[in-house]
Design a protein around this ligand. Structure first.
Ligand SMILES: Nc1nc2c(ncn2[C@@H]2O[C@H](COP(=O)(O)OP(=O)(O)OP(=O)(O)O)[C@@H](O)[C@H]2O)c(=O)[nH]1
Length: 321
């Protein structure tokens, strides 16, 4: 970690902040990660938090919630907010709720990471950028640099980006590269004010295990159905019980329902002879066991609820505010 950077913020912030147990000044702040769907926001946050908190998939718009990931390194606590890809195409109740989440997430943060694919800037990127005011520092994260074959074109592209917003800094990088993630920590630390940490040093998220369970099932669902299943499918946890066990330290009984819009989608999720649903369940269970350090019994159901993404009351009942 870059101590110089941390100290320089303490100097410029000029307030008293809080001293940790070792007497050093603590720094802490909120960092929002924004960008259009599929640019790598969840991948970036997982790399920054050091553990998988937010689900990722090749399907656009897999992130629906404002998710907080926490990472404490030396004197600085980084609190990350992941946002849904800003939806501009359709105006269903679900999408309106997603857009509200994005706007809520960026209003009260110390730093914004605006993620785009390096070398590219589309109308969808412009729409997200237009939401960012001049008051909060914005870093341009030019992600997926590893996928850019003509590196020479990046410099003129960056000059062009400079005209679009008063970015605080440019960070060409790859969310999949460890060195780049280290460098990004050093950069972000400079923008977080001197103040006491909000969470314990080892906390990773403020989300419940129940929420992480539904996210894990949803990730496997999208992974195994590929592009066939519309993003409106969702997962509801019906039961999440911890039971005493003589043979295992912890034992969890989880029951979840995958909600889809059509009978055809239900058949797709179940697969031939139930094969696909079984694989979704097995992989989700194995991952949950690792994540929660417990023996997990996972029961999956599939239900059809047509038009739920258009129905505001139902969107709320599934946990999207
Ligand atoms: N080559 C390359 N691929 C990346 C990089 N970062 C992310 N990806 C891939 O890009 C795809 C989308 O990544 P996500 O992290 O799910 O993107 P997102 O922006 O969170 O997407 P939404 O949830 O739809 O808003 C995945 O297939 C990632 O593996 C990178 O640095 N390099």
């Amino acid at each position: 970690m870059n101590n110089d950077a941390t100290n320089s913020v303490a100097a410029t912030a000029g307030d008293t902040g809080a001293a940790g147990q070792n007497g050093l000044q603590q720094h802490c702040g909120l960092i929002a990660i924004v960008g259009k769907p599929n640019v790598g926001k969840s991948t970036l946050m997982n790399a920054l938090v050091g553990q998988k908190i937010s689900i990722t998939s090749r399907k656009a718009q897999t992130t629906r919630h404002r998710i907080t990931g926490i990472r404490t390194r030396e004197q600085t606590q980084f609190v990350f907010v992941d946002t849904p890809g800003f939806q501009t195409k359709h105006s269903t109740a679900l999408n309106k709720s997603l857009n509200k989440t994005v706007l809520g997430a960026i209003g009260d943060v110390d730093l914004i990471l605006f993620v785009v694919e390096a070398g590219s800037f589309t109308l969808a990127d412009a729409k997200v950028l237009s939401l960012l005011g001049p008051d909060i520092p914005v870093l341009l994260i030019a992600n997926k640099l590893d996928a850019v074959h003509r590196r020479a074109e990046i410099a003129p592209w960056l000059r062009d980006m400079q005209q679009r917003h008063p970015f605080a800094e440019f960070v060409p990088m790859s969310a999949k590269n460890k060195g780049d993630i280290e460098r990004l920590f050093g950069i972000c630390a400079k923008y977080l004010p001197a103040q006491p940490w909000w969470y314990a040093e080892d906390e990773l998220t403020d989300r419940s295990e129940k929420f992480l369970a539904s996210e894990t099932v949803r990730e496997k669902l999208f992974r195994f159905t590929g592009d066939e299943l519309p993003y409106t499918s969702t997962v509801v946890i019906d039961k999440f019980d911890e039971e005493p066990s003589k043979t295992h330290g912890r034992m969890l009984r989880i029951s979840a329902t995958i909600v889809v819009e059509r009978d055809g989608h239900k058949a797709m999720v179940i697969g031939e002879g139930g094969e696909r649903l079984k694989r979704i369940g097995t992989e989700a269970r194995q991952e949950l066991e690792k994540l929660m350090g417990a023996k997990v019994f996972l029961e999956l159901w599939v239900k059809v609820r047509s038009g739920w993404a258009d129905d505001e009351a139902r969107v709320r009942s599934f946990g999207y505010e």
